[in-house]
Ligand binder design. Structure first.
Ligand code: SF4
Length: 286
């Protein structure tokens, strides 16, 4: 691989915004997102262009719930052909996986299951992945409030939320969505409910793409989405399912009321502090 490319651990692609669950505070806003048709041709074109200047260890296919995507196998093939990554990971809530998905599991490298205490059968999923792909199970015991409906007018606070953001700055959850490169999922998911500036880079129409991406990734100023987002510093809560009609009401408070100030201060001194959401991780080789 040429040294001149931007190298990253991951690139995330939301293969669908549909989900069979309606978790409180879903940072991808799946419970309330309007369903759209995934443009596989645009993905192919933008991955081909992006792969000239960017390479990552793994492309993470998530959602919504990826196994609800009618295009999942086609998307996997497009990602593989682009050679943008060394491996492909599906990130699933584990509730829909069954033996009909064997071909899909054989075509990826890792199945990562987020166990949201929904009673999934890990042993059954492990049987399905044997000989097909590696299985990683993250046991979530808590979550953090992801965004505030009311946001904040305090630009200094927005700046602190951005600077301590694990998602964009430590985990580097870069996203490719509808032909745009974003430094986090919230930069595009929050656009579904808030009027925001363009917070990403147009992969297909930006002349010097590598220079534009480098400038964007290292930019010290918050995104327009950070005004509503809580980054990594939202208050911690236990998982629960919420009626989709009531879902936004749970977030209808100002940013100031939804922050974990103690954790915000901790992140200022130690950028990669544990957010205390994942209880344990199980990893089983192929
Ligand atoms: S919108 Fe801002 S605070 Fe939220 S994840 Fe992205 S960079 Fe972080």
């Amino acid at each position: 691989m040429e040294k001149s490319k931007i190298i990253s651990e991951k690139l995330e692609i939301n293969v669908t915004n549909r989900c069979n669950l309606s978790c409180k505070g879903c940072s991808h806003l799946s419970p309330i997102c309007i369903q759209h048709n995934f443009d596989t041709e645009k993905l192919r074109l933008s991955l081909n262009r992006l792969s000239d200047v960017f390479h990552c260890e793994t492309v993470r296919l998530l959602g919504g719930e990826p196994f609800l995507s009618p295009n999942l196998q086609e998307i996997i093939n497009i990602v593989r052909e682009s050679k943008i990554c060394d491996s492909i990971t599906i990130v699933s809530n584990g509730t829909l996986i069954n033996d009909k998905h064997k071909d899909i599991l054989c075509s990826v490298d890792v199945l990562e299951v987020s166990d949201h205490q929904t009673g999934i059968n890990i042993e059954y999923i492990h049987e399905l992945t044997k000989g097909a792909c590696k299985l990683v199970v993250l046991d979530f015991e808590a979550f953090r409030e992801p965004y505030s409906e009311q946001g904040t007018t305090n630009s200094a606070l927005t700046d602190q939320i951005y600077k301590t953001c694990l998602i964009a700055n430590v985990w580097k959850c870069y996203n490719l969505e509808d032909g745009y490169f974003y430094k986090c999922p919230q930069a595009h998911t929050l656009k579904a409910i808030k009027t925001l500036f363009a917070d990403g880079i147009d992969v297909l129409n930006t002349p010097d793409l590598k220079a534009a991406l480098e400038k964007y990734i290292t930019c010290k100023s918050p995104l327009s989405a950070c005004k509503y987002c809580l980054g990594a510093t939202g208050k911690i809560y236990s998982q629960k399912q919420v009626n989709r009609k009531e879902w936004r009401k749970e977030q209808d408070k100002p940013t100031e009321e939804m922050l974990d100030y103690q954790f915000l201060e901790k992140l200022k001194t130690k950028a990669n502090s544990n957010n205390h959401c994942v209880k344990s991780i199980i990893s089983k080789e192929k």
